[in-house]
Design a protein around this ligand. Structure first.
Ligand code: AMP
Length: 396
């Protein structure tokens, strides 16, 4: 069964065509600069990569173009779109409505619309993707898979903010958490590797956006992102945790308004803001090796915060069986993994520096043989979870 997985952003569209029974990715790609000029980067299964400039004034042209690429000429991987059984959509915010993935109908669309104030950049783009698929492929079922759903198992004491309670009841002000599909996939893989029914796992999803999740017996019980994906770790361009008192201070000192402060904390802070070099950690690591002082501080700050959350979640879980690293930084940056783990011996974490340096695209264990806590590197696969959930719902 072939599932088309879509992640529609405000000016981009990521897609994968997956044979869910064999886990084969038939093709994948990314349309960028939708509404500006349009560039598609497309990869066909056997690693044939191509970049195509094609006008994409709206998401509709982008989706039409992608369907053409999948079905026509020498890029074709299927004869026609009837071979696609269903479409799985990544949806960032499911609020308290969605505790799991769901087949999309009018009622689901209304709820995703109602959640726009909580995800103003993401949910409108996802809705656009869903509506265009319904128009272009009217016979095909569409499924929504939410970034927030996995965290709906968090207990009240972990998701409430310490503010007047009526703001939760009236305005749904609470921690939701994000990267749920990744945290679910990685923790599930870790539980298989641990071969333990009852497990305490900490997942560090470290990419351009980063979050950590405490997973007990397969369920999320706490996570670092909050009402929005700004809370928690220091990220590519996001500040992460910050004293709320910073906001009025900046309002006065820099004569900013609320939107400018949100922009400052989301787009100008984090690795970019502290290093003054780039939001791309590779460049910052290179500068640090060349002796750049700010780059060095930036890396220390980032690792220190990750370490603090790992310890805090070991406390929340009452111990830890495995710490998992995933996403761009977690999977590739051995220097960050080593720094984060050093000093955590007191909670049984002993990294094997040689195993840590091995570069592979597979699940692997990088702790010393006698380490009480396992350390895993697990490449995330959010698209596969979306395809699997879509398959299960459509089959049922
Ligand atoms: P993601 O958002 O998961 O695609 O991750 C993007 C982040 O991963 C960027 O900050 C990259 O600099 C970082 N990254 C990717 N490869 C490496 C690497 N080999 N070493 C350090 N950082 C990396």
């Amino acid at each position: 069964m072939l599932i088309l997985v879509l992640n529609a952003g405000s000016s981009s569209l990521k897609y994968q065509l997956i044979d869910v029974e064999t886990a084969e990715v038939k093709a994948n790609g990314l349309c960028e600069r939708i509404g500006i000029d349009g560039v598609m980067k497309h990869e066909i299964a056997e690693n044939r990569k191509l970049t195509i400039d094609h006008p994409m004034p709206t998401h509709k042209e982008a989706i039409e173009f992608m369907l053409n690429i999948l079905t026509q000429n020498d890029t074709k991987v299927i004869e026609n779109i009837d071979e696609i059984s269903a479409i799985g959509h990544r949806v960032v915010h499911g609020g308290e409505y969605f505790k799991e993935s769901t087949i999309i109908d009018k009622n689901v669309i209304q709820k995703i619309e109602r959640l726009i104030p909580l995800a103003p950049l993401h949910n409108p783009a996802h809705l656009l993707g869903i509506k265009i698929c319904q128009e272009l492929m009217p016979e095909k079922p569409n499924v929504a898979v939410f970034d927030t759903a996995f965290h709906q198992t968090m207990p009240e004491e972990n998701y409430l903010y310490a503010v007047p309670h009526e703001d939760y009841t009236e305005h749904k002000l609470r921690k939701y958490g994000f990267h749920g599909t990744s945290h679910y996939y990685v923790s599930n893989e870790a539980i298989k590797m641990l071969q333990k029914e009852q497990s305490k796992v900490i997942v560090c999803h470290l990419g351009n956006g980063s979050s950590i999740c405490a997973v007990k017996d397969g369920k999320s019980i706490d996570t670092t992102m909050g009402l929005t994906p700004l809370e928690g770790l220091m990220m590519g361009t996001r500040s992460g945790d910050i004293d709320a008192g910073v906001i009025p201070y900046l309002l006065e000192k820099k004569d900013m308004d609320a939107n400018q402060i949100i922009d400052y904390l989301n787009k100008k802070s984090g690795i970019l803001g502290v290093s003054g070099i780039s939001s791309d950690l590779r460049e910052v690591i290179k500068a640090a090796k060349d002796g750049d002082q700010r780059a060095n501080i930036c890396i220390e700050m980032m690792c220190n915060r990750i370490r603090k959350y790992i310890c805090s979640y070991a406390g929340v879980l009452g111990g830890v069986d495995a710490i998992c690293f995933t996403a761009g930084i977690g999977e590739n940056a051995d220097i960050i993994r080593e720094k984060v783990c050093s000093g955590l011996e007191f909670i049984g974490v002993e990294i094997d520096k040689n195993k840590n340096k091995i570069r592979e695209k597979t699940n692997r264990e990088i702790n010393k043989t006698d380490s009480k806590t396992k350390i895993f590197v697990i490449p995330t696969n959010e698209e596969f979870v979306i395809a699997q959930d879509t398959y299960k719902l459509v089959k049922a």
